[in-house]
Design a protein around this ligand. Structure first.
Ligand code: SAM
Length: 280
């Protein structure tokens, strides 16, 4: 496995994904009952932006750096940016970008619980070290897909599973298609957010077509791109398939994604969408 998220931290995919993540966790935090957060591909949780990996491609410059500079963000984006300022700034400078575990722990309350799965031992070790003081968090050096059966259902009735694989292996979508319907059946009251890249080729649309036919209800598609979907080269944008989304998440995102698109796609290319793939 060659993937290292440090090269991509804070890029347009992270900004999009983490806005959705924070908004969904904020919904869960509205009710006092405890909830469970499972991050199946958690990464190391914190990415210093001065290090060679982040500097080499500089992907954060066309992601979080643009979002921080743009005026008048909508409320859910301002909320996410305020967490970035708290977690990633030294003085008035962005020096590190928090990964999904660190962002999630900053939203979870004392009564909530998190499990982070990371297959790469060194990444898991950094995360374990970074969250060892936090009794709410458990770090597992293990396969995230296995965790979908091993850790679900949790004792909590409510919660969220973030599935954020690197998509380096050719069978990544296939593994999702095999594991997801059973995971949703196992924890029917849970929310599931699956991030996917939009790149040259139609892998993501084939995945969505097959998910549409798999029998799982309440599937919302959220996408944001900054190039035409089929442009050759790198990441044209990304999507999240959200199963069992919180009430009105779709409306909140419809209100916020035009700003995010305008901010991250100054050329005007690309698009955004929030559509029900399968309704209730
Ligand atoms: C896209 S990164 C995660 C980023 C993180 N979720 C965030 O938002 O900050 C994907 C991570 O999955 C890890 N990984 C790859 N295959 C895995 C597997 N089968 N199970 C668990 N983790 C895996 C990689 O080492 C990498 O750190």
């Amino acid at each position: 496995m060659n993937y290292r998220h440090a090269y991509h931290a804070g890029n347009l995919g992270d900004v999009f994904k983490h806005v959705v993540l924070v908004t969904a966790l904020d919904h869960l935090s509205k009710k006092p009952a405890p909830y469970f957060y499972l991050d199946t591909h958690s990464g190391r949780g914190n990415y210093p932006l001065g290090e060679p990996e982040a500097q080499r491609a500089g992907e954060f410059r066309t992601g979080i750096a643009l979002a921080l500079q743009s005026p008048a963000p909508p409320p859910i984006i301002e909320r996410y940016l305020s967490l970035i300022r708290t977690l990633g700034f030294e003085g008035d400078t962005l020096t590190s970008y928090p990964g999904s575990p660190k962002l999630a722990l900053s939203v979870l309350r004392a009564q909530d619980r998190a499990a982070f799965c990371e297959l790469e031992p060194r990444e898991a070790e950094v995360l374990r070290y970074g969250s060892h003081y936090d009794a709410r968090a458990a770090v597992h050096t293990r396969d995230g897909y296995e965790a979908l059966s091993a850790l679900l259902p949790p004792k909590e009735k409510r919660g969220l599973v973030l599935i954020d694989p690197p998509y380096e292996e050719p069978d990544e979508f296939e593994r999702l298609l095999q594991g997801l319907p059973q995971a949703v059946a196992r924890w029917q009251t849970g929310m599931f957010a699956i991030w996917y890249p939009i790149k040259h080729g139609e892998a993501s649309s084939r995945f969505l077509s097959r998910m549409q036919a798999c029998g799982v209800r309440k599937q919302l598609v959220i996408e944001l791109t900054v190039e035409h979907d089929d442009s050759p080269g790198g990441l044209n944008g990304s999507g999240i398939l959200f199963i069992n989304p919180p009430w009105q998440l779709d409306e909140q995102l419809r209100g916020a994604l035009p700003w995010l698109h305008q901010t991250l796609a100054p050329t005007g290319r690309g698009r955004w969408r929030v559509d029900w793939l399968v309704p209730e």
